[in-house]
Design a protein around this ligand. Structure first.
Ligand code: IPM
Ligand code: MN
Length: 352
């Protein structure tokens, strides 16, 4: 298969972890006879510095014309501490999601048997956890009208959803539940928010089309609690943008390290694959960042992006091997022998 992949390394540790995913993908391409053309493009603070725009038109063209986008991370402390900054790296990510129509963010949480003791949660609570969040990604409070009034002393961010936006996300949730454990949890705050009542009503209307799926409706605050109490009771969870942002960070600790969890953002056209961690600027350039979340994002790219399941499975297998043999970065080394970001990447590629 000929694969054109847009490569957006972004900021902080982005370029380092992306390099390892490229090594691994190239090794897979060689083994399974595919031909990958990588198309690097600028995003985030790197793009602001180069052309003054965190998601330049040229980058958009490259992404829109590719078979998939592999993305590192976005964000720079220079902007975090400056609330008055007019252009921010994160705007690039939001613009990219909107312009590429990436309305569903698929964020799995699973445990690795060899890492079960790394989780801050008790082993018996998390064993067998295999859940996936479908976070709505192009609506809600992130994209509603925002502004200031009263000379700047009052600020607002509107949360808006249409029935159609909820339906298309929920449809993916029902389909995913059908292909997995047939359980769907609609996470909302329908006791308070009107948008949540629209979510609940819409999902309730769709239940009849998926009679095999057991649907539950839970308030977001209760889910925040249950997620760490009984994570293995969940299968597929659907939720709006901001709730999903918060809960997926929470869920990522279940696996033991945020450096492990991949994600996919899908819509009607091209899909994007990225680690759920951020740009981790403190570690940038030090060759210490864990590349596995990005490598596993590449596995998701082969599987859900290209339908190449054997290739994805080969990546997962080699990642599991690196974990059980202790070829890991310092976040997973428990003070023992650790490897650099690029050494882990080299090892994975060689072992493919
Ligand atoms: C994420 C990130 C982004 C978000 C930021 C960087 C804008 O936290 O992908 O979860 O809030 O969506
Ligand atoms: Mn987030």
């Amino acid at each position: 298969m000929k694969l054109n992949i847009a490569l957006l390394a972004g900021d902080g540790i982005g370029p380092e972890v992306i390099d390892q995913a490229v090594k691994v993908s190239d090794a897979i391409a060689k083994k399974f006879n595919h031909e990958i053309s990588w198309h690097p493009a600028l995003t985030g603070a790197a793009a602001i510095d180069a052309v003054g725009d965190p998601y330049p038109e040229e980058t958009h063209e490259i992404c829109a014309n590719s078979d998939a986008v592999l993305f590192g991370a976005i964000g720079h402390p220079r902007f975090d501490n400056d609330p008055s900054a007019k252009v921010r790296p994160e705007q690039g990510l939001l613009k990219m999601r909107k312009k590429l129509g990436l309305f569903a963010n698929v964020r799995p949480t699973f445990t690795f048997p060899s890492l079960i003791d790394k989780s801050p949660l008790k082993k018996e609570r998390i064993e067998g956890t295999d859940l996936v969040f479908l976070r709505e990604l192009t609506g809600g409070i992130y994209f509603g009208k925002k502004g200031r009034e009263n000379g700047g002393d009052v600020a607002y961010d509107h949360c808006v959803y249409s029935r159609e936006e909820v339906q298309r996300l929920a449809k993916k949730g029902f389909e995913m539940a059908m292909s997995r454990g047939k359980k769907l949890c609609c996470v909302d705050k329908a006791n308070v928010l009107e948008t949540s009542r629209l979510w609940r009503e819409t999902v309730q209307d769709m239940e009849k089309d998926y009679p095999e799926v057991e649907v539950s409706y839970e308030f977001v605050d209760a889910v925040a609690m249950r997620l760490v109490q009984w994570p293995n009771s969940y299968d597929v969870l659907i939720t709006e943008n901001l709730f999903g942002d918060i809960l997926t960070d929470e869920a990522s600790v279940i696996s033991g390290s945020m450096g492990l969890m991949p994600s996919a953002s899908v819509g009607s056209e091209v899909s994007l694959f990225e680690p759920i961690h951020g740009s981790y600027p403190q570690a940038a350039g030090k060759n210490i960042a864990n590349p596995l979340a990005t490598v596993l994002s590449a596995a998701m790219m082969f599987e859900t992006g290209f339908g190449l399941y054997e290739e994805g499975a080969a990546i997962r297998a080699v990642v599991n091997k690196s974990l059980s043999e202790g070829v890991v970065t310092e976040d997973l080394a428990d003070g023992g022998k650790s490897y650099g970001t690029s050494e882990v990447g080299d090892w994975l590629a060689e072992n493919i």
